[in-house]
Design a protein around this ligand. Sequence first.
Ligand code: SAM
Length: 481
Amino acid sequence: MEKIIEEKNQGTPLKLEKDNKNTRNLYIESYGCQMNFSDSEIVASILAQEGFNTTNSLEEADLVLVNTCSIREKAELTVRKRLEKFNAVKKTRPHMKVGVLGCMAERLKSQLLEEEKIVDMVVGPDAYKDLPNLIREVDEGRNAVNVILSKDETYGDVAPVRLNSNGVTAFVSITRGCDNMCTFCVVPFTRGRERSRDPHSIVNEVNELWVKGFKEVTLLGQNVDSYLWYGGGLKKDFSSASSIQKATAVNFANLLELVAEAQPKMRIRFSTSNPQDLTLDVIETMARFKNICNYIHLPVQSGSDRILKAMNRLHTREEYFDLINNISNILPDCAISQDMITGFPTETEEDHQDTLSLMEYVKYDFGFMFAYSERPGTLAARKLVDDIPEEVKKRRLSDIIDLQLKHSFFRTKQHLGKVEEVLIEGTSKKSELQWMGRNSQNTVVVFPKENYSIGEFVMVRVENCTSATLLGKAVGYSENN
Ligand code: SAM
């Protein structure tokens, strides 16, 4: 899985099996990061209890929900275009209601509901349990809004339905919100303060997924390494917890161990790690358990100490290198990927060169690279001028992407000739005759189907590669089946 949903999957309507008892149709589209797609599964689960089946036809919908992303301006513009489309459909289906969910809710509620009047309902990421009430309000002809951010909502008690699932890999949310306050980032404002989910409910969800035949879970959070369960409540309030709560608290390394032990044949992944919070304990726990995959998504955002400081990333370039060295000493086969922002306010050519030289040192397996987009309300928007011209941002971004492609190819070539365990996820996009799966490092592997089946662990000899894909041939089953 990739932390960021591929561009072509953005906005794909999510659909699950029809329940004949249900009489209304919900059309739900999601944008942005995996957390949003995962939240849509919670929403569909809540609304299945309220008489809604999901549909992927807008023309059949009684309720249209769009789960939105605010991370960059482009994401918001895409959603706005979709809202215009929904309003056009509404002209022919006047009873159809439209709701905005997720990160754009808090920021744009009055604009969408009162000024532009293009939606009937606005619901923030912590208010999905209120959807049944809000829908009743809307049914009675009133606009409905709930964007209250919660101190303790984690949806730990909602069993998400799996939308558009391959039946093999699933996402399990472990934290909500974020306390990092990176100066470029809107997440703490749209998704609230950080809180962790009860580890028992996480392990239960993983166990249930195993019983249903799933073979891999990804533990999800904005900053998973910051996970801390001490009986509920915000992470920032941990210092005032009782001594017994402190003594029995569960951190991310403990949680990884609990999950890995609960299902020793299930692959465990996690995303996203923040360098300032990723501990040696976590890396050592990864090394101790064969079923925890050798892959860390470790966004750095910039290679310049000056820019890291301006971004309020709480580590230096040297500290990041120490972390990378620790990872490669303890987990020599571990793949590492990055997020990078180019063109942050005041970024000079020298800062840009620092980013390229950091990439040269790490040689990431892959990455997600973005031009800085000023987000209203963030510290950077309030204190700094977005002073890097668009064409400079574009040129620096293409330098970074070119270098990443070179490194990705360098990394995929290192797999040539090796026999690696691959979990089959589905048919290859390019050929009906080939399977597509991933190795432990999260690299896509494609190979002839022969008699193997979806959901099986297969040993594949890697014979060829591109910068993104390994091509090979199965040599037998893995002992993990
Ligand atoms: N905390 C999560 C993480 O680190 O992956 C989620 C953050 S966001 C969903 C994913 C990435 O978007 C960030 O790591 C950052 O590179 C990028 N991003 C966030 N704010 C941005 C902005 N204002 N402009 C450009 N890219 C941004």
